[in-house]
Design a protein around this ligand. Structure first.
Ligand SMILES: Nc1ncnc2c1ncn2[C@@H]1O[C@H](COP(=O)(O)OP(=O)(O)O)[C@@H](O)[C@H]1O
Ligand SMILES: [Mg+2]
Length: 225
């Protein structure tokens, strides 16, 4: 999937104050890119990722997905689009504590389970094995380390065979070494399965994972490479 971000603005209105976070931002994401977006805390990284993930709408401009503008779709169509094409990974994993690892991985597709042409339990087990958690499907989040919980979250992000995974500071809560393991998993997914990855991080030390790097600086996204 190709994503085109065209003249995008994002302004938060807080009482009488307007906070301009993004102004006239333009960039493209090609299928198979590993795009790293850096910038200091508060620069707008989560904002841009939420826009790319159709979780939020631009204040101006538009975002096209293979030529289709998200803003032209109905809320139901956007929800379908997101479920079919996008996987999310967050800093704090966002696993459901009452569900096992395997159930957490299955969750995004549970609403459509009847219509699937494959066995969802089998796919979840295979994805857990892919991220190095073979045999841990019955564990609950509290029984897993932070790094293991993030692996579950990556397996969950893959369950819908997404075109693009959006990762918001996925190593922000992990020790450096565990964080590198998580980034290697994302790199393998990108290289071996061709899934587009967009990683946002304040950590400049992670830019080498990117095939392309952008930096947010004062409402602009500048190309680093
Ligand atoms: N829903 C919101 N309403 C008002 N201001 C917001 C909202 N979300 C984010 N902001 C502000 O927008 C700026 C960018 O936030 P964010 O995208 O979360 O930055 P980052 O992820 O780079 O730390 C910050 O100043 C933040 O306080
Ligand atoms: Mg953020």
């Amino acid at each position: 999937m190709q994503v085109i971000v065209e003249n995008v603005n994002k302004i938060y209105q807080i009482e009488t104050e307007a906070l301009i976070v993004l102004a006239e931002v333009n960039f493209k994401i090609e299928a198979g890119d590993f795009l790293v977006i850096t910038g200091p805390s508060g620069a707008g990284k989560t904002t841009i990722l939420n826009l790319l993930g159709t979780l939020d709408e631009p204040s101006g401009g538009r975002i096209l997905y293979d030529g289709v503008e998200a803003g032209s779709l109905s809320p139901n169509q956007i929800a379908d689009f997101r479920r079919e094409h996008i996987g999310f990974v967050f800093q704090f994993y966002n696993l459901i504590p009452q569900l096992s690892a395997q159930e957490n991985v299955m969750l995004p597709l549970l609403p459509t389970m009847k219509h699937l042409d494959f066995d969802l339990e089998e796919r979840a087990a295979a994805l857990l094995a892919q991220v190095g958690l073979d045999g841990k499907g019955n564990k609950y989040p509290y029984q897993l380390s932070g790094g293991e919980q993030q692996r579950v979250a990556i397996a969950r992000a893959l369950v819908n065979t997404p075109s693009m995974i959006l990762a918001d500071e996925p190593t922000g809560n992990l020790d450096a070494e565990i964080g590198e393991q998580i980034l290697h998993i994302l790199q393998d997914i990108n290289r071996e399965q061709g899934v587009t990855i967009v990683l946002v991080t304040h950590n400049e030390g992670f830019t080498h994972y990117g095939t392309r790097v952008l930096r947010i600086d004062k409402t602009k996204l500048n190309t680093v490479r």
